[in-house]
Ligand binder design. Structure first.
Ligand code: PRP
Ligand code: MN
Ligand code: MG
Length: 183
């Protein structure tokens, strides 16, 4: 396929909208965590674009760590089982943590991660999620910093993939239905 745009049906959230929301949240977080020692934990792979933009928009010093979690496999439906593909490199005991996530769908990934970080002894755990699909929520997750609510459409871009593709799109988009053919 020559061009990534060939498989895009329409754009849902533009590059400018994403940037503006991330800056808004970063200003709030910079205020809320002023004077505290903050650790950002990004959930790879989806959150890679969000944490890159978000961390640069913060005006306070932070540390960053990464955990690679998978709930989706290659389909468009969450499998419900969370697998650690790669763990954090630091001890979170006593740390104030802000989890950075691209999207909350069923909520299973974040519900699991919040419990896991608390179990490891984190002093506090909050969440920034760029996107939320409220209609798909299955478990309760308290998202402190929220980006955009989106309808129940399978979206890609800005870190979000379909079968590992489209993460490098700079906006959030809906794929053409034929891309899912065979599912
Ligand atoms: C996606 C997305 C979130 C999670 C949300 O990750 O990036 O992490 O699913 O779904 P949930 O609320 O139903 O748990 P995925 O498992 O596809 O891994 P990836 O980030 O590497 O794409
Ligand atoms: Mn993810
Ligand atoms: Mg995925």
């Amino acid at each position: 396929i020559a061009d990534v745009q060939d498989e895009i049906d329409h754009e849902l959230i533009t590059k400018a909208q994403i940037a503006s929301k991330i800056h808004e949240v970063a200003a709030q977080v910079s205020k809320d965590y002023q004077g505290r020692d903050l650790l950002l934990v990004a959930v790879l792979k989806g959150a890679v674009n969000t944490i890159a933009a978000f961390s640069q928009a913060l005006s306070i010093p932070v540390q960053m760590d990464f955990m690679s979690l998978s709930s989706y496999g290659s389909g468009t439906e969450s499998s419900g089982t969370i697998a650690i593909r790669q763990d954090l490199s630091c001890d979170v005991r006593g740390r104030h943590i802000l989890i950075v996530e691209d999207i909350v769908d069923s909520g299973r990934t974040l519900a699991w991660l919040v419990e896991e970080l608390k179990r490891r002894g984190a002093a506090s755990v909050e969440i920034f999620a760029l996107l939320e699909k409220p209609s798909r929520r299955e478990v309760d997750v308290d998202v402190r910093y929220r980006g955009y609510e989106i309808p129940d459409e399978f979206v890609v871009g800005f870190g979000l993939d379909y079968d590992e593709r489209f993460r490098n799109l700079d906006s959030i988009a809906v794929l053409k239905p034929e891309v899912y053919q065979g599912e």
